[in-house]
Design a protein around this ligand. Structure first.
Ligand SMILES: Nc1nc2c(ncn2[C@@H]2O[C@H](COP(=O)(O)OP(=O)(O)OP(=O)(O)O)[C@@H](O)[C@H]2O)c(=O)[nH]1
Ligand SMILES: [Mg+2]
Ligand SMILES: [Zn+2]
Length: 335
């Protein structure tokens, strides 16, 4: 997170310098690709990626700048990889080890792209501003259920909310707690209410996701006492000078486990899921699915719809059903 504001020209200059360094590193490592065979393959974990440039941590938690071989597919933050040192103190990643999990979203051309790999938990960060979106939360929850990781919701910037604002938030988001997703209210700025979050992050590899400006990077700062050291190590290894938080990056938690910062999104598009897979992402629907009067019920107008009845009985939140229908409709119109 930038401590001071940079004007447009300064930003452009920094960007140009970083681009030049990146090009130089790439040329350098391309040359090195030819002599990797002499060094033993080792295992490492991807800390961050800028294009073809990777920073990986080796088995001694040392950070190394590596290039990835072109033919090994996408390599993303959190990936476990095989790499070989080159004689100039850098390295080449030669293989990606199988992923336990991957948070995937389509890019603008609709191709599936992993955002991070081997995560065990998703932390959806919300704030009073920018205004939280239940739809975005539900999309993340479907993605999380699909890959089988736990999820919690962190409402940040609690310090900006008075009692009325908290009550309004609880009316809109309180049902997630009932469904089984913990909702933790915190302030990254004042380091308030962080203990329950720290407890849940322990020993996990968690990714912070959410809209731009909700305070993900601020939370990283608040949760990691040695963040300056970690950023320093990263900048040194990447050779890119000052580390920017624009790339998804993995940090070490002091109590064990990892925390990944990801750049904010306006929306999260789900990949090619079937309507059934989306339905499974709405875990509280489980008791009612398959109990509609018509087996091909679209849960919209039909009589005897078990989901609509559950909404009427207060067992399913109406917004969850309408988000589900909207999501399923999105699948059929875009695929
Ligand atoms: N009042 C208040 N402001 C906060 C808090 N946490 C973060 N902020 C402010 O919110 C703004 C955005 O914070 P960031 O941490 O950069 O947000 P981000 O989620 O990382 O944003 P992107 O990297 O763009 O996705 C900054 O000006 C922070 O100082 C908080 O708990 N309270
Ligand atoms: Mg950020
Ligand atoms: Zn139905």
């Amino acid at each position: 997170m930038a401590k001071r504001r940079l004007n447009e020209r300064q930003r452009e200059r920094i960007h140009a310098i970083q681009e030049r360094r990146r090009k130089k590193l790439e040329q350098h490592a391309e040359l090195a690709l030819s002599d990797v065979s002499v060094n033993t393959p080792r295992e490492g974990r991807v800390i961050t990626r800028h294009g073809q440039n990777l920073v990986i941590s080796d088995d001694t938690e040392h950070y190394i700048h590596c290039l990835s071989r072109q033919n090994i597919g996408q390599v993303v933050c959190g990936d476990r990889v095989v790499w070989q040192a080159t004689d100039d103190g850098q390295g080449v990643v030669t293989a990606v080890l199988p992923r336990e999990t991957a948070l995937i979203r389509p890019n603008f051309s609709g191709e599936a792209r992993a955002l991070a790999a081997n995560i065990s938990q998703i932390v959806i960060v919300l704030a009073p501003e920018p205004m939280p979106s239940q739809y975005l939360v539900d999309q993340y929850l479907v993605a999380a259920e699909q890959i089988g990781v736990t999820t919690l919701i962190a409402l940040n910037k609690r310090d900006l909310m008075d009692n009325a604002a908290i009550e309004a938030f609880d009316r809109q988001f309180g049902h997630y707690e009932t469904i089984g997703y913990p909702v933790i209210k915190i302030s990254a700025k004042f380091e308030h209410g962080l203990d329950p979050l720290i407890e849940r992050l322990n020993q996990q590899t968690s990714i912070l996701v959410g809209q731009s400006g909700v305070g993900k990077s601020s939370l990283i700062m608040a949760l990691l006492p040695d963040i300056e050291i970690q950023i320093g190590r990263l900048s040194e290894a990447s050779g890119l000078g000052c580390h920017t938080t624009s790339a998804t990056t993995l940090y070490d938690l002091p109590s064990g486990g990892h925390l990944i910062d990801s750049p904010g999104v306006r929306s999260f598009r789900l990949g090619a899921l079937t309507p059934d897979a989306v339905a499974q992402g709405f875990i509280e629907f489980g008791d009612f699915l398959g109990h509609c009067k018509f087996s091909n019920c679209s849960h919209q107008q039909e009589p005897g719809c078990a989901l609509k009845e559950a909404v009427e009985e207060g067992k399913i939140h109406p917004q969850r059903l309408s988000n589900f229908l909207h999501m399923v409709q999105g699948l059929t119109t875009t695929h």
